[in-house]
Design a protein around this ligand. Structure first.
Ligand code: BES
Ligand code: ZN
Length: 476
């Protein structure tokens, strides 16, 4: 692949342009979960569309209608783009998201989360830097470097960039279904850069993600918040009920306490168990990314299995709870507890929902409380596992070796990307996750960052992948 050399050289030359591009993107606070920020999510979609157009691509910003359950809000548009239209070239569908998680300086960030701040080690801090603006821009950087190097992009790119991923990709499945035989029809394979390496040195290819069923339990009773001195001891307290219910879901060692959940999990075969020991990952990597030595398991294989292969249940928060500093003597009248279950093969969404419903109802009944309890399912997305014996993966492995000089680890992810399964099922095409960021990037946390090295070498990787996949698909 001799034409990769001038492409790589251009990527190196254009580093500062690429960093500036990321700076502009991070400055738009496109938080999909906050009503007041919805306009910024839309702004981000337009910014991205303009960038793609400036590179010579064509773009449609497809409106997705109102947000289900929150009809005062329009969903952010889904960006459907194309670059190249040569019938002799294969078509690669690339997906990413331009929305981000919430962030406030007061959460504990060392720098302004919406101003890309680069330290002397080349760590670029900012919300969305690694999840998922850096990787999305990596594709655009790769196009630009090809153009400036005078090297043809070897495939046609079909782009799908959404603004609602961090909220369960609302509205997107319908669009993919509707366009499977339309806009996405020609796609030969799918590539998504929206996850992370297991450590900080060795790249990986990812062939599975866990699903995510997200729930909200609402407990209400008193007509308004009450003085705990005046009414404490005389009323059923919603928070007391809710904490009992939440406490009944999972034990401190992460064991899910909902009856029947374990029976839904496919048994681990010997063949599968053998996949974990060769993965380059250490307990030190884990502790580093956890920010402390608080891991449940003391060996790497169990830690990996529980991240990639077994379900987990996490408690996220309580809406309506008193949480600010100080000592307020209040009895909240209504509280909503949020939790989610990461699901794995063979857990079906409905089967999990039924068990959760029964468990929560039974636990509430045990309390004999006069309060009201309601369980809502916020969103559900199923797990996905892909066949790695495919030119898409062979190509990506070659690209990793070319750029980084090592064979990639083959991993599954604990996090969820709902659209992976939709692409696999609706288009019937092979889906590959090709990450750019590393385990220490702190996606969703404070001080999220992307290392400049990962951004620049990652741009080379995405570009190289396009060359290898063009070759592999032609041969297949
Ligand atoms: N980039 C992540 C997905 C991810 C996280 C992949 C960790 C691999 C490892 C994505 O932006 C994300 O966070 N997705 C949500 C989806 C959920 C709302 C259905 C997640 O996993 O929490
Ligand atoms: Zn993401």
């Amino acid at each position: 692949m001799p034409h990769l050399v001038p492409f790589f050289e251009q990527v190196d030359k254009l580093q500062e342009t690429f960093v500036d591009r990321l700076k502009e993107a991070v400055a738009i606070p496109s938080i999909s979960s906050e009503d007041e920020r919805r306009k910024d999510v839309v702004k981000m979609g337009h910014w991205l569309a303009d960038q793609i157009k400036a590179l010579g691509g064509t773009v449609e910003l497809r409106e997705l209608g109102k947000q289900p359950g929150r009809e005062h809000l329009d969903l952010p548009p889904c960006l459907l783009g194309r670059y190249g239209n040569d019938p002799k070239k294969p078509n690669i569908l690339i997906y990413g998201h331009y929305d981000v998680q919430p962030a406030q300086k007061s959460d504990g960030w060392a720098t302004d989360p919406f101003k890309l701040s680069i330290d002397d080690k080349g760590r670029m801090y900012g919300r969305g830097s690694t999840d998922d603006k850096g990787p999305v821009l990596g594709w655009l950087n790769a196009i630009e470097a090809h153009q400036k190097a005078g090297v043809e992009v070897p495939v046609n790119l079909i782009m799908c960039f959404e603004g609602m991923e961090e909220n369960g990709s609302e509205g997107l499945d319908e669009t993919i279904r509707a366009e499977a035989k339309g806009f996405f029809k020609e796609a030969d394979a799918v590539c998504i850069s929206d996850n992370y390496w297991l450590g900080t040195e060795k790249p990986c290819l990812t062939y599975g993600v866990r699903g995510c069923n997200y729930y909200a339990v609402e407990v209400s009773g008193p007509g308004q918040d009450l003085h705990s001195g005046v009414y404490g001891g005389t009323t059923h307290e919603p928070m007391t009920d809710l904490v009992r219910i939440m406490n009944s879901l999972v034990d401190p060692d992460g064991k899910i306490l909902i009856k029947g959940i374990d029976d839904l999990v496919a048994p681990m075969t010997d063949e599968e168990a053998a996949l974990y020991p060769p993965i380059a990952f250490t307990m030190q990597d884990l502790h580093e990314s956890l920010g402390n030595e608080v891991s449940i398991f003391d060996n790497k294989d169990d830690a990996l299995k529980h991240k990639m292969r077994y379900p987990s249940l996490s408690l996220h928060g309580i809406e309506g709870a008193f949480y600010t500093p100080g000592a307020k003597t209040v009895i909240p009248a209504k509280v909503i507890g949020k939790f989610s279950i990461r699901t794995v093969p063979d857990m079906e969404i409905d089967a999990v929902n039924k068990l959760v419903e029964k468990h929560v109802n039974d636990e509430f009944a045990k309390l004999k409380s006069k309060n009201k309890m309601k369980l809502n399912t916020v969103h559900c997305g199923k797990w996905w596992v892909e066949d790695t014996n495919h030119p898409n993966y062979t190509a990506a492995a070659k690209a990793v070796e070319r750029v980084f000089g090592v064979k990639p680890d083959m991993t599954r992810e604990g996090g969820s990307i709902p659209v992976t399964l939709t692409f696999q099922e609706e288009l019937g095409k092979n889906v590959l996750l090709l990450p750019m960021g590393s385990s220490t990037d702190a996606a969703h946390s404070i001080n999220e960052k992307l290392d400049k090295r990962n951004y620049i070498e990652g741009t080379k990787l995405l570009g190289a992948y396009l060359h290898y996949v063009a070759g592999e698909l032609k041969r297949a």
